[in-house]
Design a protein around this ligand. Structure first.
Ligand SMILES: [Zn+2]
Length: 285
């Protein structure tokens, strides 16, 4: 599927891609919100920001996640220079973008690139929770689409990590159309016989769930991740029914057959490497 478009107005000044693994934002000591135990920064770091007592998975920045998954020194960022524009002159959007850039130290809500995982070349994207809760605007949709197109051309698998509140309302219909655009690119990648594995992290909701997040060949989630379209409060108000315990949590989503597995963050690198190895053997055969 090809979408014709006029000259690309998303192309901003090209900024040098940042490295991964050298975090500008140091991760601090925390109280675990689930078991209430105090956790030191070192303890959290050695457990990849997972509580060693109750397995609570803390939200982590996209670059931190990439550093955990990509083989050291192999990540090469793509389209780092694409930045959002306030096309609709939506009240307060410019300020929100500026604040999001400040807190996240990122230009947009997704980071895309090529890397190696377990020695195998792959395309990868990770969404950034500190950038407007990973909301999908035109730039997020464009970067994801370009990554799938690049992966299709080079016959590479795509590994994705989603975290998102959904479509970015400040971009109106332009953000909603990213659902169709990304889905078209995922479909083309799939039609070429290429693998797409997506890891749904807390929370993955709205337009991202309704498009590329759930379209993967292999769908895994982090423990207790919230996965859904509309949030529980909206559903309760609409249906006037009390929702069951664990509603929209990964464990229930798995039980209902929408996921293939739930994988602890500390096992993800080995798990994904193994799937890539098996898939590569399958392709050769
Ligand atoms: Zn805990």
């Amino acid at each position: 599927m090809r979408f014709k478009k006029p000259a690309n107005i998303l192309e901003g000044a090209v900024r040098p891609a940042k490295s991964i693994g050298k975090e500008k934002r140091p991760l601090a000591a925390m109280i675990c919100p689930q078991c209430k135990k105090p956790l030191s920064a070192e303890e959290l770091q050695s457990n990849l920001q997972v509580c060693p007592y109750c397995r609570y998975h803390f939200r982590i920045p996209a670059r931190y996640r990439l550093a955990q998954i990509c083989d050291s020194g192999t990540f090469c960022e793509k389209d780092a220079g694409l930045t959002a524009k306030d096309i609709l002159a939506f009240p307060g959007y410019r300020q929100k973008l500026a604040a999001a850039r400040e807190t996240s130290c990122e230009e947009e809500a997704v980071i895309c690139g090529l890397c190696e995982i377990g020695g195998r070349k792959t395309a990868i994207f990770a969404m950034e929770p500190e950038f407007m809760m990973g909301s999908m605007g035109s730039v997020v949709g464009e970067k994801i689409t370009r990554l799938f197109e690049l992966a299709s051309a080079q016959r590479l698998p795509v590994i994705g990590f989603t975290v998102s509140g959904g479509a970015r309302m400040q971009e109106g219909i332009l953000s909603l159309m990213q659902m169709a655009k990304t889905s078209g690119a995922v479909q083309e990648h799939s039609a070429g016989g290429n693998l797409y594995l997506c890891v749904l992290t807390d929370p993955t909701t709205g337009g991202v769930t309704a498009s590329f997040a759930m379209e993967a060949d292999i769908l895994i989630a982090e423990p207790r991740a919230l996965i859904g379209f509309a949030g529980p409060r909206v559903i309760e108000q609409t249906t006037r029914k009390k929702l069951p315990e664990g509603f929209q949590r990964a464990e229930l989503v798995l039980e209902k057959g929408f996921l293939d597995d739930i994988v602890d963050r500390r096992r993800q690198k080995v798990y994904i490497s193994e799937l890539l190895r098996l898939h590569a053997r399958e392709v050769q055969a």
